[in-house]
Design a protein around this ligand. Structure first.
Ligand code: SAM
Ligand code: SF4
Length: 326
């Protein structure tokens, strides 16, 4: 069991497969001339499996693959297949652009649920936000996954003045479609142009939805980062992930491995523990994991409080989201 000094049991590992991506979401990528990590510095497929096994032996029963875009990695299918043999619930977070190439692999790996990111339902805004003209592909792949019996959660980063006017378009999508929309409060990372006035908060999101719909609160699962709701009569549901206004740190069960094999005990942690170098040198990994978790801060990596209105993105010491793995 991996337990921290706040008595939180950690059974959920998020593994970033790469910091490479085929989209350029401005809130995630640090800057135009960002150089992706060379393949030799990334965890190789066998190293990912070796590290994952150590976590699983300590009680991890859920693994999420993320990135960058996990499915741009050439050996993504091999990694998915190998991890699916472990006694874990395996899933991934993806931008959806490559999913049509992975239908069989997902089935083979028994993946029943996916998080797919889509911040707008307008093709021109998608191009503006991601600098790639791929809206239709992502939208079609979401439908393809649903048609294949995979539960789809759509991640929408809610940003004031950018897509807040589409919140009810997303809610309307849940009317006939059994889809789960997750509005995520915009978070600050290195170089991501975050300012506090761009955060569209949980309260503002609910208010916007309630202007048009009658909503009911759903029961949240233990360790759930999302506050879940349904519009009465709709086939799908929605949720808000309120990292900025109401963090869910007290029930945190998550650990992260960056694509270059560094363990982060929190999305906002400053410290990183280099598991990959230790593995390559044949050193013991478990004490490093325990040490990292032992120093986990109570809340938000110890970096900020929930009154974020006076926060400046430069005050946060962290990598960009694309290099951490969302
Ligand atoms: N490429 C995949 C994708 O886009 O789903 C996986 C990696 S991405 C970093 C994981 C999630 O982090 C996405 O849902 C993305 O929208 C979210 N994300 C990235 N930057 C964010 C930010 N600054 N605030 C909130 N969510 C963010
Ligand atoms: Fe790529 Fe996902 Fe980041 Fe967008 S959010 S740039 S798709 S890693």
């Amino acid at each position: 069991m991996i337990i921290d000094s706040h008595n939180r049991k950690h059974n959920y590992l998020r593994i970033s497969l790469t910091d490479n991506c085929n989209l350029r979401c401005f809130y995630c990528m640090p800057e135009e001339e960002y150089v992706f990590t060379p393949a030799s510095q990334l965890m190789q497929a066998d190293e990912i499996l070796s590290l994952a096994k150590i976590f699983v032996a300590e009680g991890v029963d859920k693994i999420r693959l993320t990135g960058g875009e996990p499915l741009v990695r050439k050996d993504a299918a091999e990694i998915i297949r190998s991890l699916s043999k472990l006694p874990v619930s395996l899933t991934l977070t993806t931008n959806g652009t490559r999913l049509h190439e992975f239908v069989d692999v997902l089935k083979e790996a028994n993946i029943h649920s996916l998080n797919i990111s889509l911040d707008t339902l307008q093709a021109d805004k998608f191009l503006l936000m991601t600098r790639r003209n791929q809206f239709q592909l992502v939208y079609d792949n979401i439908q393809l996954m649903i048609a294949n019996g995979i539960k789809v959660k759509v991640n929408v980063v809610a940003m004031n003045g950018l897509n807040d006017n589409e919140i009810n378009d997303f809610i309307e999508w849940t009317k006939e479609t059994p889809i789960h929309i997750r509005f995520i409060e915009f978070m600050p990372f290195d170089g991501n142009k975050w300012t506090s006035n761009k955060v569209f908060t949980w309260q503002q999101i609910l208010q916007r939805v309630e202007e048009k719909y009658t909503i009911q609160k759903l029961t949240d699962h233990a360790n759930d980062t999302a506050k879940n709701y349904i519009v009465s009569g709709h086939a799908g549901t929605f949720a808000v992930i309120s990292t900025m206004t109401s963090p869910f740190c007290s029930g945190c069960n998550r650990m992260r491995l960056t694509a270059d094999g560094k363990m982060k005990n929190c999305l906002f942690s400053v410290e990183e523990t280099d598991l990959l170098s230790a593995l390559r040198k044949g050193e013991k990994i478990l004490p490093l994991i325990q040490q990292s978790i032992g120093s986990k801060a109570k809340e938000l990596g110890g970096q900020f409080k929930t009154d974020f209105t006076h926060l400046h993105a430069e005050d946060i010491h962290n990598r960009s989201m694309i290099t951490i793995g969302g």
